[in-house]
Design a protein around this ligand. Structure first.
Ligand code: SF4
Length: 86
């Protein structure tokens, strides 16, 4: 039986997430918001991520599952896109 990548076992890291139980709005701001409002919300999310002990598996999970939206692993979608295209 093939092993499952750790990143695809959310329960192994999500229980330690700094964002667990918090308001998801800053992590997934709506597309129709004013750009500055979106940035402010993303900044709030990034502050939570900065003290999160599971940034690496969170980011891996977002990559493996092709997450295009939201803040994952301490990176906004545009940050992830920049990293992917370097
Ligand atoms: S890195 Fe950010 S989005 Fe990922 S689990 Fe931690 S707090 Fe949540």
């Amino acid at each position: 039986m093939a092993s499952t990548p750790e990143a695809l076992e959310p329960q192994l890291w999500r229980h330690a997430a700094a964002c667990a139980g918090s308001d998801p709005t800053p992590f997934f701001p709506r597309d129709d918001l004013d750009e500055q409002v979106r940035r402010d919300l993303e900044h709030q999310a990034l502050q939570v991520c900065s003290r999160c002990p599971v940034r690496v598996p969170c980011l891996q999970y977002s990559r493996v599952t092709g997450q295009e939206y939201g803040v994952w692993g301490g990176l906004t979608p545009s940050m992830r896109h920049q990293r992917a295209t370097r």
